[in-house]
Write a protein that binds this ligand. Structure first.
Ligand code: JFZ
Length: 403
């Protein structure tokens, strides 16, 4: 395991925060609901730069409290936070010296959101990372993606990348150090430019992790598609970004919140396959994380408070659950944690294909440590379990074993 990735591989769980001028529109433009994710409203509604820029004068999140957000992440059991320093709309939620289009210079709020969040997260013992859109930039004439204000044929993207994006990444890495993760997105048009950006990060901040969406296989880990959990184990370091509803940036009418149970089971599924989960919140224009999403996070945290040892610092281990099995497995030296996601109705938990993979000496419930009888049936380990599940979402059976 590489030194740079050690904390990340053990952390398993992070908070993603998408917050910017798009949070003001909240999915609505000129009285119309705009389809698609909230942070893409400028593109999806083809809002002219001169119109969209005016939102900056309206950005005054009087209820923003970075320490409250950091406390929620800690309560949820999250170990790192990734915040949108600059998303595709080009607006900088930090104090950039390369543009006036920033939360400090262009808004009545005038505060350095990235800086306050970085300090608050570190105060809670959380690692802090910055999301940076290195390719799409709908505000800058040489950035990619805005074909409604600018002529794509007249763009000089290499100039944008080398004279704007790279200097901004360098200022983020130096002004807000230590930046634990630079979360690049969408990919980079050429491997040459991607290598230049990775080289910059390595030179300026060698411990900073580079996300997979820098592209061309140059990241320190692989980033799955949004909400895309692989069907089986994936070797190497990888992460899946997950929304709590159906948007990253706040939309006033997206109430399709995932239940705590679904989030916990998704999380355990991801960890059992070797990945991390970066779970998103989309705060409102006032600076408030929507309460329904906060409640989900707190419920996840309560489960992790009780069962976190079966997740943090684990590896997939010797037992791969069949994709449609009602359980998932994680492991540490000397033990396998069987996460039972659907409690057996007949009192028998069957762990498929365990023979020859684990030498079991003891089985017990993680919560309460109740001893459980077990037997072998062919290649399967069969554990006798009580009628009632200890937890309605994920009851953990511990197998003490050599593997
Ligand atoms: C990107 C952004 O466009 C989006 O706004 C959000 O920030 C999300 C986390 O990242 O969206 C993507 C990028 C890549 C894939 C899917 C959505 N992908 O590779 O499938």
């Amino acid at each position: 395991m590489s030194d740079r990735m050690r904390w990340w591989a053990e952390a398993k769980f992070g908070m993603f925060i998408h917050w910017g001028l798009y949070s003001i529109l909240a999915g609505v433009w000129r009285g119309r609901c705009v389809p698609g994710v909230g942070e893409w409203i400028m593109r999806n509604a083809r809002i002219p730069v001169r119109e969209y820029e005016k939102l900056a004068r309206r950005f005054n999140p009087v209820k923003f409290d970075a320490e409250e957000w950091a406390r929620l992440a800690r309560e949820a059991g999250m170990r790192y936070v990734v915040f949108t320093a600059k998303h595709h709309d080009g607006f900088c939620m930090y104090d950039s010296e390369y543009t006036g289009y920033t939360v400090v210079k262009a808004t009545p709020f005038g505060r350095d959101v990235l800086g306050e969040l970085a300090d608050a997260c570190r105060g809670e013992g959380l690692r802090f990372g910055a999301y940076y859109s290195q390719t799409l930039d709908w505000h800058h004439p040489d950035g990619m993606g805005n074909d409604w204000d600018y002529d794509p044929g007249r763009k000089d993207f290499a100039r944008y990348f080398r004279e704007y994006a790279m200097p901004q990444v360098e200022e983020i890495l130096t002004k807000y150090k230590p930046v634990a993760v630079m979360w690049f997105d969408i990919g980079t048009p050429t491997p040459e430019l991607a290598r230049e950006m990775v080289g910059l990060v390595r030179r300026v901040s060698p411990d900073t992790i580079v996300s997979g969406r820098i592209g061309h296989g140059l990241g320190d880990y692989a980033e799955m598609g949004d909400n895309e959990i692989p069907r089986g184990r994936v070797e190497g370091y990888w992460e899946v970004p997950v929304t709590l509803n159906d948007t990253w940036g706040f939309k006033s009418y997206d109430h399709n919140w995932k239940s705590p149970g679904r989030v916990i089971q998704m999380f355990v599924d991801v960890v059992s396959k070797g990945g991390n989960m970066l779970l998103n919140v989309g705060p409102t224009a006032e600076g408030v994380i929507p309460e329904p999403s906060a409640e989900v996070l707190r419920a996840v945290g309560r489960w992790l408070e009780r069962c976190g040892e079966s997740v943090y610092g684990t590896v997939p281990g010797p037992l791969d659950a069949p994709p449609d099995a009602p359980y998932r497995c994680t492991a540490k030296p000397g033990r396998v944690y069987v996460h039972v996601l659907a409690w057996p109705w007949d009192g028998e938990l069957r762990v498929f294909g365990a023979r020859g993979r684990v030498e079991v000496s003891r089985a017990y419930l993680l919560e309460g440590e109740r001893e459980l009888e077990f037997r072998w049936d062919g290649d399967d380990l069969v554990v006798a379990v009580p009628d009632r599940a200890p937890d309605p979402v994920d009851s953990v059976v511990v197998l003490e074993c050599e593997w």
